[in-house]
Write a protein that binds this ligand. Structure first.
Ligand SMILES: Cc1cc2nc3c(=O)[nH]c(=O)nc-3n(C[C@H](O)[C@H](O)[C@H](O)COP(=O)(O)OP(=O)(O)OC[C@H]3O[C@@H](n4cnc5c(N)ncnc54)[C@H](O)[C@@H]3O)c2cc1C
Length: 390
C-alpha cells in the first residue's frame, strides 16, 4: 500500500501549490488528479490581479495570454467607466492560459519532490488509527493508499469535504451559475477587460470579456439562480446577439462559482480543504485562482507543522483556518456582505451611479477619493454602502 505524509486530491492551482509547499518542507506527498491531462478542460475566465499573482509565480509568456492595463465597466443603459491599472488595482493584471499554467504549477510540485499521478481519482476515504485510508482509482485500477493528512483541493464539487463531514453546502443564493464562450471575430481592446453589470445583463452577477491575445476573448456570464428568470446561457446568448453578432464561438465552458463568503471551518481530523472545495472564491468577483494558491500554501505549511508535531487532529489543524482567515478570509466575509447589499441595487441605481462617475475626471483619483466624490453627489444612494467605501 502506498503510504504518504500527505495526499493532495486535485491538481488545480490550490492542490499544486499545497503539494509543492509540502514537498519543499520535506514531506512525502502525493498529488492526484482525476483528469487525464492537468488543466483541461478549462472552467475559468482566467483573469488574475497582477500584484497578488506575482507574489506566487514569476509571469511567464508561455502561460500569459494577455497583459491587461484597463478595466471598462458598463451599466444597463451603457454608461461606461474606464479604470486604469492604478485605479482598478487587482481587477486588472493578466489573462492566463490555464491549460498551460495549471500544468506548470503541477510541474513545480513535482520538481520540489511530490509524486504526481494523473487519471487518478479519490473514490473513498475513511479514518483508521489516526491516519486516513484513501481509496483511489488510478488508470482504472482500485488501490488503497494511506496518509497522515489529506488536503482536499478537489474543486467546487468536492467529495473530500463530504467524506470529512465539513459543511460546505451551498444554497441557491450562494453559487453563481456560469457559462462562457471563447470567441473570435469580435472587437475589443486587447489590453482591456470589460464588465457589464445590472439585472438586465446578469441578475446577481455580471458579464465579462477577458481578452486572450489580439483576436480571441473569453466572454462569459455568472448569474445567481435565485434571482435569474432564465438560464445563464440565455442571458449570454441574448447579450452576444446584441453586442457581438458577428462573433464565432470556438469553445464552451459551464461551471459553478461559490459565493458563500467564508465557511466556519475548512478542517476536520486529518483533513484540510483548499480553494473552491473550501468556498474560497471572492463573492463579488467570483475570482478564486489566487485564493486557492494562498490557501494551498497555508495548508502546506500547516501540514508540515502537523507532521513535525505528530498531531493531525482538527484542533491542531485549526492553525490553517486561522491562516487563511487572517490572509483573505476577512475579505471574503466583507465582500459577501457587500454583495448582499449590491444585489438589492436595481438597474436605474446602477445607471445613476455610473452617470455620476462618468461625469467626473477620475483619471487622477484614488478609489477613496472617488467614493467621497460620489458620496457628495449621491448621499442617499451610497449611505447603505458607506462602510465598504471609506
Ligand atoms: C466560468 C468560470 C470563470 C471563472 N473565472 C475566474 C477568473 O477569471 N479568475 C479567477 O481567479 N477565478 C475564476 N474562476 C474560479 C476559478 O476557476 C477557481 O476558483 C479555481 O480554479 C479554484 O482552484 P482550485 O485549485 O480550488 O480548484 P480547481 O481548479 O477546480 O481544481 C480542482 C481539481 O480537482 C480535480 N478533482 C476533482 N475531484 C477529484 C477527485 N475525486 N480525485 C482527483 N482529482 C479530483 C479536478 O479535476 C480539478 O482539476 C472561474 C470559475 C468559473 C466556473
Amino acid at each position: 500500500m502506498m503510504d504518504y505524509d500527505v495526499i493532495v486530491v486535485g491538481a488545480g492551482p490550490g492542490g499544486s501549490i499545497a503539494a509543492k509547499t509540502c514537498a519543499e518542507k520535506g514531506l512525502d506527498v502525493l498529488l492526484i488528479e482525476k483528469r487525464q491531462e492537468i488543466g483541461v478542460p478549462v472552467r475559468c475566465a482566467e483573469g488574475v490581479g497582477r500584484e497578488d499573482f506575482e507574489e506566487f509565480v514569476k509571469p511567464d509568456e508561455r502561460w500569459i495570454a494577455s497583459e491587461i492595463e484597463n478595466a471598462e465597466l458598463c451599466s444597463p443603459s451603457e454608461y461606461k467607466i474606464k479604470l486604469s491599472a492604478d485605479m482598478a488595482g487587482n481587477e486588472v493584471g493578466y489573462v492566463l492560459e490555464r491549460k498551460i499554467f495549471d500544468r506548470y504549477l503541477a510541474k513545480l510540485a513535482s520538481r520540489a519532490g511530490a509524486d504526481v499521478l494523473t487519471k487518478t481519482s479519490a473514490v473513498s476515504m475513511k479514518r483508521e488509527n489516526g491516519s486516513v485510508k484513501l481509496g483511489i482509482r488510478s488508470m482504472g485500477e482500485f488501490q488503497e493508499t494511506s496518509a497522515r493528512i489529506v488536503i482536499g483541493a478537489d474543486g467546487v464539487e468536492s467529495r473530500v469535504a463530504k467524506w470529512a463531514g465539513i459543511d460546505t453546502t451551498l444554497k441557491l443564493n450562494e453559487i453563481e451559475s456560469c457559462v462562457q464562450y471563447l470567441m473570435t471575430d469580435i472587437n475589443f481592446e486587447p489590453t482591456t477587460t470589460y464588465f457589464w453589470v445590472g439585472r438586465k445583463y446578469a441578475p446577481g452577477g455580471y458579464i465579462w470579456l477577458f481578452p486572450k491575445g489580439e483576436d480571441a476573448a473569453n466572454v462569459g456570464i455568472g448569474v445567481m439562480p435565485s434571482m435569474a428568470e432564465k438560464p445563464a446561457k440565455q442571458y449570454l446568448d441574448e447579450f452576444i446577439k446584441e453586442h457581438f453578432p458577428e462573433g464565432e464561438i470556438v469553445e464552451v465552458v459551464v461551471g459553478g462559482v461559490p459565493v458563500k463568503g467564508a465557511i466556519e471551518t475548512a478542517v476536520a481530523d486529518n483533513v484540510m480543504l483548499v480553494g473552491d472545495a473550501a468556498r474560497h472564491t471572492d463573492p463579488i468577483t467570483g475570482g478564486g485562482i489566487i485564493n486557492a494558491m494562498r490557501a494551498g500554501y497555508h495548508a502546506g505549511i500547516t501540514a508540515s507543522e502537523a507532521v513535525e508535531a505528530g498531531n493531525y487532529s482538527a484542533r491542531f489543524l485549526r492553525k490553517y483556518d486561522e491562516r487563511w482567515m487572517n490572509d483573505f478570509g476577512k475579505t471574503l466575509v466583507r465582500n459577501r456582505k457587500l454583495q448582499e447589499k449590491m444585489l438589492k441595487l436595481d438597474d436605474s441605481t446602477f445607471d445613476k451611479l455610473f452617470r455620476g462617475i462618468g461625469s467626473m475626471r477620475i483619471e487622477d483619483m484614488s478609489v477613496k477619493r472617488l467614493a467621497l466624490e460620489l458620496f457628495k453627489r449621491e448621499p442617499k444612494l451610497l449611505w447603505d454602502l458607506r462602510e465598504f467605501l471609506v
